[in-house]
Design a protein around this ligand. Structure first.
Ligand SMILES: Nc1nc2c(ncn2[C@@H]2O[C@H](COP(=O)(O)OP(=O)(O)OP(=O)(O)O)[C@@H](O)[C@H]2O)c(=O)[nH]1
Ligand SMILES: [Mg+2]
Length: 473
């Protein structure tokens, strides 16, 4: 047990609702509860394990109190949860009385911090609690929940164990270095090191998806003025969010709105049409469009079927010149309702492809793109299912991987450190440098990985992590 005092905090938001919960944790929890509540039968301190007791706070409310004996509670300490009627007055009164009795109001995240310090969960699990509370889509929830259940930490533990094994081989060699024997089999070391590097790098790479899923996958809608980008945003959202007009250059600033598709939250960003402009405000808007285009995980490039093939090719060129290899680009040919029956469109697209012979799909990872844009009509709502399917195929969905997916910037940072340490170790090995240099790099990588699940932590780090929690968690 690390903490001696007893803390309390509301665990539910105060407002209208049926029930509010106030949480108490620490060695004197049950005594405080007995001072506050008259139970119909017995006393809280007589409770041996989990128990729910009915009682009354004289003159204030009837309550149900859940009692937990250490270590069988969330925090690992003696704890209680008072369920009262959700009245701001009742809750405020209970909190005040607990304070007067000598209980201390908890800091943000203090309950979870105690759970971590008392060994109820590791640090990655504790962080997952905050992520789980914040999760607003099925995908974000799935990642947070699997981290909470410990599978995530287990992958890092195994990886760290591999490195410890590796380091011990190197240390063994060091122990015997006086005798100038190369004790450890360097090819075995090299093999283990390569394996660990592959794993670290794949975990590092997972952050791209993990971070996008946690904060919403950014999808930029770009294209020429008047091509129907704002109409498309509205059609996808099913509401009139962005202003639409037949005047090119209608959208000046970016318009952003989130939406969940197949359990994944996407942030759709409508942008100003790309063109040469002498208007200062429009130029600023186009600058923002380009920023959003470069930073999006997915780019929907809207082509106007009414534009000339060369104009469309120019837009495609411009977009492909801006995107990087790890972005997904979907081409949608809009206004297909104006093209008559579909053969006209196919013919038109073929022409368009012909106009861009130097199209190199490998320039970027073109999801579902086969030189044939997806025909849509944003106005009539046609082809939107195909577009949504293409978005789903960009790989941010749930089925993409069962392994650990990194969602935390802190964990990503630790992986970057481990990756660079392992790179240095690998170079040292290749250059046949002395074992102690190799050992130092490995130790540093082991420390970095251990910091993810809290093998060694500082008070400062814990303070930073738990300060982001809400009170009462
Ligand atoms: N027939 C038809 N018209 C469309 C379609 N999509 C958009 N339009 C029309 O095209 C015009 C421009 O639409 P917007 O959505 O404002 O175009 P935009 O790309 O946002 O234009 P800027 O903001 O100026 O860059 C409007 O008159 C729309 O009604 C479509 O699928 N079919
Ligand atoms: Mg617009």
């Amino acid at each position: 047990m690390f903490n001696q005092d007893t803390i309390y905090a509301p665990a539910t938001p105060v407002g209208s609702g049926a029930v509010s919960v106030i949480r108490i944790s620490g060695p004197s929890s049950l005594e405080f509860v007995d001072k506050l509540v008259s139970f119909r039968k017995g006393k809280a301190v007589e409770s041996k394990g989990y128990e729910i007791k009915f009682g009354e706070i004289p003159g204030l409310d009837e309550v149900l109190v859940s009692l937990y004996r250490a270590p069988h509670s969330y925090t690992g300490e003696d704890a209680a949860e008072i369920s009262c009627h959700a009245s701001a007055y009742v809750v405020g009164e209970i909190l005040q009385r607990l304070g007067e009795l000598g209980c201390r109001m908890a800091d943000p995240g203090e309950f979870t911090r105690r759970a971590y310090l008392n060994g109820k969960m590791d640090l990655a699990q504790a962080e997952a609690v905050a992520d789980l509370i914040a999760a607003d889509s099925q995908a974000a929830h799935k990642l947070a929940f699997s981290q909470l259940k410990g599978g995530y930490s287990e992958e890092f533990r195994q990886l760290r164990a591999q490195l410890v094994e590796l380091a011990s081989l190197v240390e063994l060699e060091l122990d015997f270095s006086e005798e100038e024997v190369e004790f450890a089999d360097r090819s075995k070391i090299s093999e283990l090191l390569d394996k660990a590097r592959v794993k670290v790098d794949s975990l590092k790479a997972s952050y791209k998806v993990g971070n996008a899923v946690k904060s919403g996958v950014p999808v930029a809608i770009v294209g020429a003025p008047n091509s129907g980008k704002s109409t498309l945003l509205n059609a996808l959202l099913g509401e009139d969010r962005a202003i639409v007009s037949d005047i090119p250059g209608t959208t000046r600033d970016t318009v952003e709105e989130t939406m969940v598709l197949e359990g994944v939250r996407y942030r759709f960003i409508d942008t100003a049409g790309l063109r040469e402009s002498s208007d200062t405000i429009e130029q600023l808007g186009i600058g923002r469009s380009l920023e959003k285009l470069r930073s999006a995980a997915i780019v929907i490039c809207v082509l106007d079927a009414c534009d000339s093939p060369s104009a469309r090719t120019e837009v495609v060129r411009q977009v492909l010149a801006e995107v990087s290899r790890d972005q997904k680009v979907i081409f949608a040919q809009n206004k297909c309702d104006l093209m008559g029956s579909s053969p006209g469109l196919v013919c038109d697209s073929a022409h368009f492809t012909h106009q861009a012979p130097d199209f190199d799909p490998s320039v970027c990872d073109l999801a579902g793109f086969t030189h044939q844009p997806i025909p849509i009509s944003a106005l009539k709502g046609e082809g939107l299912d195909d577009l949504r399917r293409a978005i789903g195929e960009c790989g941010f969905g749930l089925g993409s991987s069962d392994g650990a997916v990194v969602t935390s910037a802190r964990h990503y940072q630790a992986l970057c450190e481990a990756s660079s340490d392992l790179g240095a170790a690998s170079d040292a090995l290749k250059a046949k440098l002395p074992g102690d240099l190799l050992a130092e790099d490995l130790r540093s990588a082991i420390r970095a990985l251990g910091s993810i699940f809290g093998e060694i932590t500082s008070d400062e780090l814990l303070g930073e992590i738990f300060s982001k929690f809400c009170i009462g968690k």
